[in-house]
Write a protein that binds this ligand. Structure first.
Ligand code: FES
Length: 267
């Protein structure tokens, strides 16, 4: 069969035959991701107002060292560099942060929104050379699957935080009793949304059955694979909802700790 090669002319940046408002989605992504990054960075450097009663902000969990009763290994360690403000969040936040940064969905979103590479499907891009993920530096994004294991551990830690958020101490007798506050629901909702996001990760299906030739004959794995695939179909929604919920959970604990919001007890 005859073969014809016609090199496609490269459209100039932003040129497109599309008539829809293709720029709206990348603009929203820039706005939302920038707002989250600014808030999360600010909150991580505060180093205070991250715990209130039995609640611990997810930005600070697990609190390895710190001044709250949730700290696992006690107060600020002596080896902490004097030039760096001490905040327990700085020790742990890079891990969930890198899990998100390397997420397949977010990659697609911020490549378009921040790098305009391309700004949207069928829209001219600014570079002539293809900067793919097959070479350095973007090949590093393949580390995502390893951050998934770390994110799964974080899910367990956050589940333990929700359990702790069910136990309220009486300010007079000091006795603890089971209860539910609005903060408990905020932390529990955040756990569910983060769970939906993490367990629907593209790499999760490789973890469950990627090393098997066939899933038939492994009914438990088959079910887990189907569950993860089902969550994965709405991965974009889980990604955004969990991003909002984790920021809101930090804000909720912070404002309660500062005395600006009151944590209502439901039970
Ligand atoms: Fe999005 Fe793994 S692909 S969390």
């Amino acid at each position: 069969m005859a073969d014809a090669h016609h090199p496609l002319p490269q459209a100039r940046f932003g040129a497109t035959a599309r008539r829809d408002a293709w720029w709206v989605q990348p603009a929203i992504v820039v706005l939302l991701l920038s707002s989250f990054i600014v808030y999360a960075t600010w909150a991580a450097f505060q180093g205070e107002h991250y715990a209130y009663g039995p609640y611990l902000s997810p930005f600070y969990s697990p609190e390895l060292f710190g001044s709250s009763p949730h700290a696992v290994f006690g107060p600020q360690p002596p080896w902490w560099p004097a030039w760096l403000v001490f905040s327990p969040a700085l020790l742990i936040l890079p891990f969930p942060g890198l899990f998100r940064v390397t997420c397949y969905y977010y990659r697609g979103a911020y490549y378009k929104a921040f790098w305009a590479d391309p700004p949207a499907c069928a829209v001219g891009e600014p570079r002539r050379r293809y900067l793919g993920e097959a070479s350095f530096p973007l090949i590093v994004q393949n580390i995502h699957r390893y951050f998934l294991y770390v994110a799964l551990v974080f899910l367990l830690v956050l589940a333990h935080d929700v359990w702790k958020a069910l136990w309220f101490s009486d300010p007079i007798t000091g006795r603890t009793s089971l209860g539910i506050g609005v903060g408990t629901l905020v932390l529990a909702t955040n756990l569910v949304l983060l769970g939906g996001y993490t367990l629907g990760c593209h790499s999760m299906r490789h973890v469950i059955g990627g090393y098997l030739d066939r899933l038939s004959g492994h009914p438990m794995r088959r079910r887990a694979y189907d569950c993860s695939s089902c969550l994965n179909r709405a991965h974009m929604r889980w990604a955004w909802c969990s991003l909002f919920s984790v920021a809101f959970a930090d804000l909720y604990v912070r404002l309660c700790s500062m005395g600006i919001w009151t944590d209502w007890r439901i039970l």
